[in-house]
Design a protein around this ligand. Structure first.
Ligand SMILES: O=C(O)[C@H](O)COP(=O)(O)O
Length: 247
C-alpha cells in the first residue's frame, strides 16, 4: 500500500518574469505561467494521477495554478483546502526588490544566504510598508504568528503541523492529494519528506509548473528519494533556471 502525493509549484508569476522577490505579495500568473499550469494538468492526467483533493496556499498564483491544472485534467470539482501555512516563504524587506540589483548591491554570499540558507532570514519588512501583509484581511486571525520575514526553518515550523493535521489524513484516507504551493514552501515539505540535511537543502530548487510525484509508504517515507517529476528533462532545466535567478 502506498500513498500518492503530487506537488506542483505555481506557474511563472508576473514577478518571477520580472525577477522580483515575491514572498507573500499576491501577484498573478503570467501568460507563460498559465500555460505552464495547463501543461501541468495535462501531465497529471496523462500520468493517471487524478487528484481527489487539493491543498493550496492563500496566494493567487498557487490558487490559479491549481484551478487551471485541475480544469485541464477535468478534476475542477474536487474539494479544495487552503491555508496560509502553504504560502511562499515571507521574504521580509526583500519583497518587491529586484533579484539582480540585490545581488549586485550585496554580493553573492549575502544574496545566497538570504535566498537559500536554512536559518538566516532576510531583514524584517516594516509594518505598513508597500509590500507588507500586516493589514491584509486574509491574515487577520494570525495575530503574533504573522511573519515579517522567514527563513526556511521558519517555513518548516509552520508547514509541518498542516502537513500532519490536514494533508496526512487525506493521504491515509487513500486519496490522491495535490499540493499546489510555492518554491520555498515545497522545499520545506520535500526536506521533511526526504530527510534532507540543513546543508544539502541549500542546493535544491523547485521548478515552476512541473508536477512532482511522491509515492509514500505506510510510514510516509518516499519509496523513491526525491520523488519523480512527470517530465524530468524539462524539470531539470527549469530548476536550473530557478537556481540562476539574479545572474
Ligand atoms: O518569492 C519569490 O521570490 C520566489 O517565488 C521564490 O524565490 P527564490 O527562488 O529566490 O527563493
Amino acid at each position: 500500500m502506498t500513498y500518492t502525493l503530487v506537488l506542483l509549484r505555481h506557474g511563472e508569476s508576473d514577478w518571477n518574469a520580472k525577477n522580483l522577490f515575491t514572498g507573500w505579495v499576491d501577484v498573478p500568473l503570467s501568460d507563460k505561467g498559465r500555460a505552464e499550469a495547463k501543461h501541468g494538468g495535462e501531465l497529471i492526467a496523462e500520468g493517471g494521477l487524478l487528484p481527489d483533493v487539493v491543498h493550496t496556499s492563500l496566494l493567487r498564483r498557487a490558487i490559479s495554478t491549481a484551478a487551471i491544472s485541475l480544469d485541464t485534467a477535468d478534476r475542477h470539482w474536487i474539494p479544495v483546502r487552503r491555508s496560509w501555512r502553504l504560502n511562499e516563504r515571507h521574504y521580509g524587506a526583500l519583497q518587491g526588490k529586484d533579484k539582480k540589483a540585490t545581488l549586485a548591491e550585496f554580493g553573492e554570499e549575502q544574496f545566497m544566504t538570504w535566498r537559500r540558507s536554512f536559518d538566516v532570514p532576510p531583514p524584517a519588512i516594516e509594518a505598513g510598508s508597500e509590500f507588507s501583509q500586516d493589514a491584509d484581511p486574509r491574515y487577520a486571525d494570525l495575530g503574533d504568528e504573522l511573519p515579517a520575514t522567514e527563513c526556511l526553518k521558519d517555513v518548516i515550523a509552520r508547514f509541518v503541523p498542516y502537513w500532519e493535521q490536514a494533508i496526512v489524513p487525506d493521504l491515509k484516507d487513500g486519496k490522491t492529494v495535490l499540493v499546489a504551493a510555492h518554491g520555498n514552501s515545497l522545499r520545506a515539505l520535500v526536506k521533511h519528506l526526504d530527510g534532507i540535511s540543513d546543508d544539502d537543502i541549500v542546493g535544491l530548487n523547485i521548478p515552476t509548473g512541473q508536477p512532482l510525484v511522491y509515492r509514500l509508504d505506510e510510514d510516509l517515507k518516499p519509496t523513491v528519494a526525491g520523488g519523480e517529476y512527470l517530465d524530468p528533462v524539462a524539470a531539470k532545466a527549469a530548476a536550473e533556471a530557478v537556481a540562476n535567478q539574479g545572474r
